[in-house]
Design a protein around this ligand. Structure first.
Ligand SMILES: Cc1ncc(COP(=O)(O)O)c(C=O)c1O
Length: 349
Protein backbone atom coordinates (compact mmCIF):
# COMPACT_ATOMS: atom_id res chain seq x y z
CA UNK A 1 0.00 0.00 0.00
CA UNK A 2 1.32 3.46 -0.87
CA UNK A 3 1.61 6.03 1.89
CA UNK A 4 0.48 9.10 -0.04
CA UNK A 5 2.16 11.40 2.49
CA UNK A 6 5.58 9.85 1.85
CA UNK A 7 5.58 10.49 -1.90
CA UNK A 8 8.00 13.01 -3.33
CA UNK A 9 8.63 13.92 -6.95
CA UNK A 10 10.27 10.61 -7.84
CA UNK A 11 9.12 7.65 -9.92
CA UNK A 12 6.85 5.19 -8.13
CA UNK A 13 6.04 2.10 -10.14
CA UNK A 14 2.50 1.74 -11.50
CA UNK A 15 0.82 -1.14 -13.35
CA UNK A 16 0.70 -0.16 -17.01
CA UNK A 17 2.28 2.06 -19.59
CA UNK A 18 0.56 2.92 -22.85
CA UNK A 19 2.37 3.04 -26.18
CA UNK A 20 1.86 3.49 -29.90
CA UNK A 21 4.30 3.14 -32.81
CA UNK A 22 4.64 5.23 -35.94
CA UNK A 23 5.92 3.54 -39.10
CA UNK A 24 5.53 4.26 -42.82
CA UNK A 25 3.98 7.63 -42.12
CA UNK A 26 1.20 6.56 -39.75
CA UNK A 27 0.41 5.93 -36.13
CA UNK A 28 -0.57 2.37 -35.21
CA UNK A 29 -2.77 1.01 -32.44
CA UNK A 30 -2.54 2.19 -28.86
CA UNK A 31 -1.64 -0.64 -26.48
CA UNK A 32 -1.44 -0.88 -22.71
CA UNK A 33 1.33 -3.10 -21.40
CA UNK A 34 2.84 -4.04 -18.06
CA UNK A 35 6.31 -4.12 -19.60
CA UNK A 36 8.16 -0.90 -18.76
CA UNK A 37 11.28 -1.68 -20.79
CA UNK A 38 11.47 -0.94 -24.50
CA UNK A 39 13.54 -2.59 -27.23
CA UNK A 40 15.67 -0.01 -28.89
CA UNK A 41 18.29 -0.30 -31.61
CA UNK A 42 21.63 0.99 -30.36
CA UNK A 43 21.81 3.39 -33.30
CA UNK A 44 18.32 4.86 -32.74
CA UNK A 45 18.45 8.61 -33.28
CA UNK A 46 16.97 9.20 -29.80
CA UNK A 47 20.20 7.75 -28.37
CA UNK A 48 22.62 9.32 -30.81
CA UNK A 49 21.14 12.73 -31.44
CA UNK A 50 18.60 13.27 -28.67
CA UNK A 51 15.56 13.17 -30.94
CA UNK A 52 13.04 13.16 -28.08
CA UNK A 53 10.28 15.37 -26.72
CA UNK A 54 8.17 14.95 -23.59
CA UNK A 55 5.42 16.44 -21.44
CA UNK A 56 4.23 16.48 -17.85
CA UNK A 57 0.66 16.85 -16.60
CA UNK A 58 -1.40 15.65 -13.71
CA UNK A 59 -4.75 14.33 -12.56
CA UNK A 60 -6.17 14.91 -9.10
CA UNK A 61 -9.12 13.47 -7.20
CA UNK A 62 -11.57 16.30 -6.55
CA UNK A 63 -13.75 17.13 -3.58
CA UNK A 64 -16.70 15.53 -5.41
CA UNK A 65 -14.80 12.24 -5.89
CA UNK A 66 -14.32 12.90 -9.62
CA UNK A 67 -10.97 12.85 -11.42
CA UNK A 68 -9.76 16.11 -12.94
CA UNK A 69 -7.04 16.23 -15.60
CA UNK A 70 -5.67 19.74 -15.94
CA UNK A 71 -5.48 21.41 -19.38
CA UNK A 72 -4.51 18.24 -21.23
CA UNK A 73 -4.95 19.65 -24.73
CA UNK A 74 -2.44 22.40 -23.98
CA UNK A 75 0.16 19.72 -23.20
CA UNK A 76 -0.78 17.93 -26.41
CA UNK A 77 -0.30 21.11 -28.45
CA UNK A 78 3.02 21.86 -26.79
CA UNK A 79 4.20 18.30 -27.46
CA UNK A 80 3.23 18.72 -31.12
CA UNK A 81 5.32 21.91 -31.31
CA UNK A 82 8.28 20.16 -29.65
CA UNK A 83 8.00 17.19 -32.04
CA UNK A 84 7.89 19.43 -35.08
CA UNK A 85 10.90 21.39 -33.83
CA UNK A 86 12.89 18.11 -33.72
CA UNK A 87 11.63 16.83 -37.08
CA UNK A 88 9.26 14.26 -35.58
CA UNK A 89 5.62 13.58 -36.40
CA UNK A 90 3.23 15.24 -33.90
CA UNK A 91 0.83 13.06 -31.92
CA UNK A 92 -2.77 13.80 -33.03
CA UNK A 93 -5.00 15.29 -30.31
CA UNK A 94 -7.39 12.34 -30.26
CA UNK A 95 -4.57 9.82 -29.86
CA UNK A 96 -3.00 11.90 -27.09
CA UNK A 97 -6.29 12.15 -25.20
CA UNK A 98 -7.02 8.42 -25.61
CA UNK A 99 -3.52 7.59 -24.35
CA UNK A 100 -3.85 9.73 -21.22
CA UNK A 101 -7.33 8.39 -20.43
CA UNK A 102 -6.19 4.79 -20.94
CA UNK A 103 -3.12 5.35 -18.74
CA UNK A 104 -5.42 6.79 -16.07
CA UNK A 105 -7.90 3.93 -16.31
CA UNK A 106 -5.23 1.23 -16.16
CA UNK A 107 -3.52 2.83 -13.16
CA UNK A 108 -6.53 4.25 -11.35
CA UNK A 109 -5.53 2.60 -8.07
CA UNK A 110 -2.50 4.91 -8.00
CA UNK A 111 -4.62 8.08 -8.10
CA UNK A 112 -4.15 9.61 -4.64
CA UNK A 113 -7.28 10.39 -2.61
CA UNK A 114 -8.77 13.85 -2.23
CA UNK A 115 -7.15 15.80 0.57
CA UNK A 116 -3.78 14.00 0.39
CA UNK A 117 -2.19 16.82 -1.62
CA UNK A 118 -0.78 14.13 -3.92
CA UNK A 119 -1.66 13.56 -7.58
CA UNK A 120 -1.13 11.19 -10.50
CA UNK A 121 1.49 12.58 -12.85
CA UNK A 122 1.60 11.57 -16.53
CA UNK A 123 4.76 11.63 -18.57
CA UNK A 124 3.98 11.40 -22.31
CA UNK A 125 6.97 11.26 -24.64
CA UNK A 126 7.87 10.77 -28.28
CA UNK A 127 11.19 9.18 -29.20
CA UNK A 128 12.67 8.51 -32.61
CA UNK A 129 13.63 4.85 -33.00
CA UNK A 130 15.10 4.73 -36.54
CA UNK A 131 18.72 3.49 -36.54
CA UNK A 132 20.92 6.03 -38.33
CA UNK A 133 24.63 6.58 -38.33
CA UNK A 134 24.70 9.82 -40.29
CA UNK A 135 23.60 12.93 -38.46
CA UNK A 136 19.97 13.44 -39.38
CA UNK A 137 16.43 12.76 -38.21
CA UNK A 138 14.79 9.33 -38.36
CA UNK A 139 11.23 8.47 -39.41
CA UNK A 140 9.95 5.88 -36.90
CA UNK A 141 8.62 6.94 -33.53
CA UNK A 142 7.31 5.55 -30.31
CA UNK A 143 4.73 7.55 -28.34
CA UNK A 144 4.76 6.35 -24.74
CA UNK A 145 2.86 7.48 -21.65
CA UNK A 146 3.70 6.35 -18.15
CA UNK A 147 2.15 7.45 -14.89
CA UNK A 148 3.48 7.88 -11.39
CA UNK A 149 1.83 9.15 -8.22
CA UNK A 150 3.62 12.21 -6.86
CA UNK A 151 3.39 13.81 -3.45
CA UNK A 152 2.67 17.37 -2.55
CA UNK A 153 5.65 19.47 -3.62
CA UNK A 154 5.69 21.27 -0.28
CA UNK A 155 6.53 18.87 2.50
CA UNK A 156 5.54 20.54 5.77
CA UNK A 157 3.30 23.09 4.00
CA UNK A 158 3.51 25.78 1.35
CA UNK A 159 6.84 27.57 1.86
CA UNK A 160 9.53 29.68 0.18
CA UNK A 161 12.89 28.45 -1.18
CA UNK A 162 16.19 30.20 -2.02
CA UNK A 163 17.33 30.30 -5.66
CA UNK A 164 20.86 30.59 -7.06
CA UNK A 165 21.40 32.66 -10.18
CA UNK A 166 23.26 30.73 -12.88
CA UNK A 167 25.85 32.98 -14.54
CA UNK A 168 28.25 30.28 -15.74
CA UNK A 169 25.74 27.93 -17.34
CA UNK A 170 23.08 28.98 -19.85
CA UNK A 171 20.02 26.79 -20.29
CA UNK A 172 19.03 27.73 -23.82
CA UNK A 173 19.76 30.27 -26.53
CA UNK A 174 17.33 32.53 -28.39
CA UNK A 175 16.27 30.64 -31.54
CA UNK A 176 17.52 27.43 -29.89
CA UNK A 177 15.23 24.83 -28.31
CA UNK A 178 14.41 26.55 -25.00
CA UNK A 179 10.76 27.01 -25.96
CA UNK A 180 10.34 23.29 -26.58
CA UNK A 181 10.20 20.52 -24.01
CA UNK A 182 13.03 18.34 -25.30
CA UNK A 183 15.31 16.12 -23.24
CA UNK A 184 18.56 17.76 -24.31
CA UNK A 185 17.61 21.06 -22.66
CA UNK A 186 17.49 19.39 -19.27
CA UNK A 187 20.73 17.41 -19.49
CA UNK A 188 22.40 20.64 -20.65
CA UNK A 189 21.28 22.46 -17.49
CA UNK A 190 22.33 19.79 -14.94
CA UNK A 191 25.67 21.59 -14.48
CA UNK A 192 23.70 24.43 -12.87
CA UNK A 193 20.66 22.71 -11.37
CA UNK A 194 22.48 19.89 -9.55
CA UNK A 195 25.00 22.00 -7.56
CA UNK A 196 22.13 24.36 -6.59
CA UNK A 197 19.93 21.42 -5.62
CA UNK A 198 22.68 19.98 -3.38
CA UNK A 199 22.57 23.26 -1.47
CA UNK A 200 18.78 23.08 -1.08
CA UNK A 201 18.23 25.81 -3.69
CA UNK A 202 16.48 26.21 -7.00
CA UNK A 203 18.23 27.63 -10.10
CA UNK A 204 17.45 30.80 -11.97
CA UNK A 205 18.65 31.35 -15.54
CA UNK A 206 19.34 34.60 -17.35
CA UNK A 207 18.87 35.27 -21.05
CA UNK A 208 21.96 33.85 -22.71
CA UNK A 209 22.57 36.73 -25.11
CA UNK A 210 22.96 39.64 -22.68
CA UNK A 211 22.86 38.00 -19.24
CA UNK A 212 20.69 40.93 -18.18
CA UNK A 213 17.13 39.61 -18.24
CA UNK A 214 15.49 36.85 -16.23
CA UNK A 215 14.61 33.81 -18.34
CA UNK A 216 13.21 31.08 -16.12
CA UNK A 217 13.82 28.90 -13.09
CA UNK A 218 15.08 25.32 -13.56
CA UNK A 219 12.01 23.49 -14.83
CA UNK A 220 9.60 26.31 -14.08
CA UNK A 221 8.71 29.81 -15.29
CA UNK A 222 9.33 32.92 -13.19
CA UNK A 223 6.97 35.69 -12.09
CA UNK A 224 7.34 38.71 -9.84
CA UNK A 225 4.71 40.73 -8.01
CA UNK A 226 5.02 44.47 -7.84
CA UNK A 227 2.82 47.08 -6.16
CA UNK A 228 1.25 49.44 -8.67
CA UNK A 229 2.27 53.03 -8.15
CA UNK A 230 -0.01 55.04 -5.92
CA UNK A 231 -0.23 57.46 -8.86
CA UNK A 232 -2.00 54.73 -10.83
CA UNK A 233 -4.69 55.07 -8.18
CA UNK A 234 -5.18 51.38 -7.50
CA UNK A 235 -3.12 50.72 -4.42
CA UNK A 236 -5.62 51.85 -1.85
CA UNK A 237 -5.45 48.72 0.21
CA UNK A 238 -2.39 46.46 0.55
CA UNK A 239 -4.62 43.43 1.07
CA UNK A 240 -6.43 43.98 -2.19
CA UNK A 241 -4.45 42.10 -4.85
CA UNK A 242 -5.81 44.36 -7.57
CA UNK A 243 -3.19 46.87 -6.40
CA UNK A 244 -0.42 44.67 -7.79
CA UNK A 245 1.17 43.87 -11.11
CA UNK A 246 2.04 40.31 -12.16
CA UNK A 247 5.22 40.48 -14.21
CA UNK A 248 6.60 37.48 -16.13
CA UNK A 249 9.38 37.25 -18.74
CA UNK A 250 8.75 37.25 -22.46
CA UNK A 251 11.66 35.40 -24.00
CA UNK A 252 12.41 33.20 -26.99
CA UNK A 253 14.31 30.72 -24.84
CA UNK A 254 11.79 29.77 -22.17
CA UNK A 255 9.14 27.08 -22.15
CA UNK A 256 5.60 28.53 -22.39
CA UNK A 257 4.33 27.21 -19.04
CA UNK A 258 0.71 26.13 -18.89
CA UNK A 259 0.68 26.88 -15.15
CA UNK A 260 1.98 30.39 -15.78
CA UNK A 261 -0.67 30.95 -18.45
CA UNK A 262 -3.33 29.84 -15.95
CA UNK A 263 -1.94 32.11 -13.22
CA UNK A 264 -1.97 35.08 -15.61
CA UNK A 265 -5.67 34.43 -16.23
CA UNK A 266 -6.38 34.17 -12.49
CA UNK A 267 -4.39 37.37 -11.82
CA UNK A 268 -6.24 39.26 -14.56
CA UNK A 269 -9.53 38.02 -13.13
CA UNK A 270 -8.54 39.26 -9.69
CA UNK A 271 -8.11 42.74 -11.17
CA UNK A 272 -4.31 42.66 -11.27
CA UNK A 273 -2.30 44.17 -14.08
CA UNK A 274 -0.49 41.39 -15.99
CA UNK A 275 2.66 42.16 -17.97
CA UNK A 276 4.65 39.75 -20.11
CA UNK A 277 7.84 41.48 -21.14
CA UNK A 278 11.56 41.43 -20.68
CA UNK A 279 12.35 41.48 -16.98
CA UNK A 280 15.75 42.97 -16.12
CA UNK A 281 17.48 41.25 -13.22
CA UNK A 282 17.64 44.61 -11.42
CA UNK A 283 13.83 44.67 -11.33
CA UNK A 284 14.02 42.00 -8.60
CA UNK A 285 14.50 44.94 -6.20
CA UNK A 286 11.03 46.22 -7.07
CA UNK A 287 9.18 42.96 -6.46
CA UNK A 288 7.50 42.39 -3.11
CA UNK A 289 7.11 38.68 -3.94
CA UNK A 290 8.35 36.39 -6.65
CA UNK A 291 8.05 32.71 -7.49
CA UNK A 292 8.75 29.84 -9.84
CA UNK A 293 5.68 28.18 -11.35
CA UNK A 294 5.03 24.88 -13.08
CA UNK A 295 3.02 21.67 -12.96
CA UNK A 296 5.02 20.06 -10.14
CA UNK A 297 4.81 22.85 -7.54
CA UNK A 298 2.09 25.07 -9.07
CA UNK A 299 3.66 28.10 -7.30
CA UNK A 300 7.01 27.91 -5.53
CA UNK A 301 7.67 31.23 -3.75
CA UNK A 302 11.27 32.49 -3.72
CA UNK A 303 12.83 33.58 -0.40
CA UNK A 304 15.99 35.01 -1.98
CA UNK A 305 17.95 35.08 -5.22
CA UNK A 306 21.70 34.66 -4.71
CA UNK A 307 23.95 36.19 -7.39
CA UNK A 308 27.26 34.76 -6.14
CA UNK A 309 29.48 36.07 -8.91
CA UNK A 310 28.34 39.63 -8.22
CA UNK A 311 28.17 39.19 -4.41
CA UNK A 312 24.55 40.34 -4.38
CA UNK A 313 21.53 38.73 -2.69
CA UNK A 314 17.98 39.83 -3.42
CA UNK A 315 15.93 39.10 -0.33
CA UNK A 316 12.22 38.33 -0.15
CA UNK A 317 10.03 37.11 2.64
CA UNK A 318 10.86 33.72 4.19
CA UNK A 319 7.15 32.91 4.05
CA UNK A 320 4.85 33.04 0.99
CA UNK A 321 3.32 36.47 0.39
CA UNK A 322 -0.39 37.23 0.00
CA UNK A 323 -0.44 37.33 -3.82
CA UNK A 324 1.53 34.08 -4.28
CA UNK A 325 -0.75 32.44 -1.71
CA UNK A 326 -3.90 33.66 -3.47
CA UNK A 327 -2.65 32.41 -6.87
CA UNK A 328 -1.57 29.05 -5.45
CA UNK A 329 -4.81 28.46 -3.55
CA UNK A 330 -7.00 29.52 -6.47
CA UNK A 331 -5.29 27.27 -9.01
CA UNK A 332 -5.26 24.29 -6.63
CA UNK A 333 -8.88 24.98 -5.71
CA UNK A 334 -9.86 24.77 -9.41
CA UNK A 335 -7.85 21.55 -9.88
CA UNK A 336 -9.52 19.98 -6.85
CA UNK A 337 -13.03 21.02 -7.82
CA UNK A 338 -13.32 23.26 -4.76
CA UNK A 339 -13.65 26.40 -6.87
CA UNK A 340 -15.65 26.89 -10.08
CA UNK A 341 -13.72 25.98 -13.23
CA UNK A 342 -15.02 28.85 -15.33
CA UNK A 343 -12.45 28.36 -18.09
CA UNK A 344 -13.12 24.63 -18.50
CA UNK A 345 -9.51 23.82 -17.68
CA UNK A 346 -10.29 20.40 -16.22
CA UNK A 347 -11.36 17.30 -18.07
CA UNK A 348 -13.65 15.63 -15.55
CA UNK A 349 -14.11 11.85 -15.34
C1 LIG B 1 11.83 24.43 -18.53
C2 LIG B 1 10.46 24.47 -17.98
N1 LIG B 1 9.86 25.65 -17.80
C3 LIG B 1 8.62 25.75 -17.31
C4 LIG B 1 7.89 24.61 -16.96
C5 LIG B 1 6.51 24.75 -16.43
O1 LIG B 1 5.58 24.39 -17.40
P1 LIG B 1 4.16 23.83 -17.01
O2 LIG B 1 3.50 24.87 -16.17
O3 LIG B 1 3.45 23.64 -18.29
O4 LIG B 1 4.39 22.58 -16.24
C6 LIG B 1 8.47 23.35 -17.13
C7 LIG B 1 7.72 22.14 -16.80
O5 LIG B 1 7.09 21.58 -17.65
C8 LIG B 1 9.77 23.27 -17.66
O6 LIG B 1 10.36 22.08 -17.83
Amino acid sequence: MINWNDLGFEYTDTDYIVRCSYHNGEWGKLVATRRKEINLHVAATVLQYGQEAFEGLKAVRGIDGKVRIFRMLENCRRLARSCEALYMAPVPEQLFEEAILLTLKKNIRYLPPYGSGASLYFRPMVICTTPRLGVGPGWDYEFIVYASPIGTYFKGGFHSTPFILSRRVDRAAPYGTGQYKVGGNYAAAFRATEPAHERGCGSMFLDSRYHRFIDECGAANFFGIKPLKVAEGKRDNEKNVSGYEFVTPRSLSILPSITNDSLMTIATDAGMKVSRRRVPLSELREFTECAACGTASVVSPISKVIDEDRHVTYNFSETPGPVCSMLYNTLLGIMRGELPDKYNWCLIR
